[in-house]
Design a protein around this ligand. Structure first.
Ligand SMILES: [Fe+2]
Length: 303
């Protein structure tokens, strides 16, 4: 058992935002196609729309950011954003959340702007997120300590923890049972991730099952607080005919137009620098269904 088990009941790792492409995508494309706007003006547009008292980041932080962005240096916008947040932990977290929301609006369908001021704005978001928490992911394949028996127990528990089916085409979340909770704090997993990430990590006691229904799309986002490093293990991904399918995590890279694409099949895992990487999952086909785990880790205070 895990002494301190946090349970995500209603939201996934996208800061409570929908995991689907939203209607706001249409408006965002209009901003992207407006060639009169500067990169900072595009960010102001996107962040103004994101402003929502029910969602983090804090409204006062966003108000200040919107005001100051008008005087930002467009030639070094990513650096400017990080400087604006400063060293304060909460402000850095608020900026990361704002970056995730603006990135979602600039690339709601997963296709980021490639030209002009919108592309500069997009790249500034990637650079700032990378600056704050580091970006990238590591494919782990099949972990040596993940026996067939342990994997089956996770699959079984994942099925048991699945919330009651409802008419939704959005990601659903399940609470961890003992099997996932034990994996989340296991020494083997901590050591495997520390080695892959080349820094000592410790669990954040955040773990959950995620269920992606047919036709769903986990679109552009960064992970929420508690998931600086996110461990994903694919438990099930198959078509309705039982044909095993491949999941694709798309991780955008600062300074690059093309993202990295990580391909994972059931039984395989990866670790993502979830808080500093703008990312998405490739949409599922109309008859594909997927279950995966998400386990949060953070940098050890001893490093
Ligand atoms: Fe994510």
């Amino acid at each position: 058992m895990v002494g301190k088990r946090k349970i995500a009941k209603t939201t996934d790792l996208t800061n409570g935002r929908s995991s689907q492409v939203r209607a706001g995508a249409h408006q965002s494309k209009n901003v992207v196609n407006n060639h009169d706007l500067t990169p900072s003006a595009i960010l102001i547009e996107e962040l103004s729309i994101c402003k929502d008292p029910d969602e983090s980041p804090r409204p006062d932080f966003i108000m200040e950011l919107l005001e100051r962005l008008r005087y930002a240096d467009d030639a070094a916008l990513g650096t400017w954003l990080v400087s604006f947040a400063g060293p304060d932990r909460e402000r850095r977290a608020a900026l990361a959340t704002a970056i995730g929301q603006a990135a979602h609006r600039l690339a709601p369908d997963g296709e980021p702007p490639a030209q002009g001021a919108a592309a500069v704005a997009w790249q500034s978001l990637l650079a700032a997120a990378d600056h704050l928490y580091g970006s990238g992911a590591h494919a782990l394949g099949r972990l040596p300590f993940l026996s067939e028996q342990l994997f089956s127990r996770l699959v079984d528990e994942g099925r048991q923890q699945m919330p009651e089916q409802s008419a939704t085409d959005r990601r659903m979340i399940g609470s961890p049972g003992d099997v996932l909770a034990n994996l989340a704090v296991s020494r083997q997993l901590r050591e495997a991730l520390s080695q892959a990430l080349e820094c000592a990590v410790v669990p954040t006691y955040e773990a959950l099952y995620e269920y992606d229904p047919p036709g769903s799309h986990v679109s552009t986002h960064i992970d929420r607080s508690g998931f600086e490093f996110t461990f994903h293990l694919i438990l099930e991904h198959a078509t309705s005919r039982g044909v095993v399918a491949e999941s694709v995590l798309i991780a955008h890279r600062p300074g690059h137009r093309k993202p990295n694409r990580f391909r994972v099949r059931p039984g395989e895992a990866l670790v993502l620098r979830g808080r500093g990487t703008v990312h998405s999952w490739a949409p599922l086909g109309a008859d594909e269904r997927r279950t995966l785990t998400s386990i949060g880790f953070k940098r050890s205070a001893e490093t």
